[in-house]
Design a protein around this ligand. Structure first.
Ligand SMILES: CC(C)(COP(=O)(O)OP(=O)(O)OC[C@H]1O[C@@H](n2cnc3c(N)ncnc32)[C@H](O)[C@@H]1OP(=O)(O)O)[C@@H](O)C(=O)NCCC(=O)NCCS
Length: 179
């Protein structure tokens, strides 16, 4: 059973550990020599940036932390990572820390919880994500959840080449009408 809870400073050692996982590194950078995931992110500092439109969560499987998630309002959040972007959206990122926890449906469950939480706000029209163009397995994963590819964009300080996908509220309700 997967639950999401806000990330806290107590999670920093685990987030640091997950940053060293090869699949997490390659999901966040196309640089084959990148030593860790998320560039030079410093988790104790990053977690102090948390506010209503810039949030981090930990997915727990039966009480065991297995994944990190970021959920932001890309239009209002202060880092302006997404540049030109519409209002009334959310953007989500997810990474499962340990290879042993991937490929078992946990990511799908965690994303369903995060998506449902986003759409509980009636103001939210769609959710966007930014997997690297190279992260083709993640594309399949997101597309199975109803996300549709909408174009390549260079995002972030390193101009990472991302295949932006979008999940509209309508598509989500069609795919998962009970939620
Ligand atoms: C992408 C990710 C969150 C998917 O979660 P998951 O629990 O592994 O996914 P599920 O078990 O629900 O679905 C499995 C599907 O996920 C996709 N997937 C992507 N990366 C994968 C990985 N490293 N290992 C296993 N499955 C992966 C595949 O499409 C897989 O389907 P397949 O078995 O037919 O190839 C997870 O694999 C992960 O954290 N990967 C590394 C970080 C990452 O790529 N994050 C996304 C950044 S945009």
């Amino acid at each position: 059973m997967i639950v999401l809870r806000p990330a806290t400073l107590d999670d920093v050692p685990l987030l640091d550990l997950w940053d060293l996982e090869p699949d997490v590194i390659s999901a966040t950078s196309d640089d084959p020599d990148a030593p860790k995931a998320f560039g030079d992110i410093y988790w104790p500092g990053e977690l102090t940036l948390v506010r209503h439109d810039y949030q981090y969560f930990i997915a727990e499987l039966d009480g065991r932390p297995i994944a990190g998630l970021q959920v932001i309002d890309p239009y209002t959040e202060p880092t302006k990572y997404w540049g030109e972007v519409q209002p009334h959206l959310r953007a989500i990122d997810i990474w499962i820390g340990s290879a042993a926890d991937r490929g078992q449906g946990f990511g799908r469950q965690a994303m369903r919880l995060a998506i449902e939480a986003c759409f509980r706000d009636p103001d939210v029209r769609a959710i966007i994500i930014d997997p690297l163009v190279s992260n083709t397995r993640a594309h399949t994963f997101y597309q199975r959840l109803g996300f549709r590819p909408e174009g390549i964009r260079e995002l972030g300080e390193d101009d990472d080449v991302c295949l932006v996908h979008r999940l509209t509220r309508e598509d989500w309700r069609k795919l998962f009408p009970g939620e």
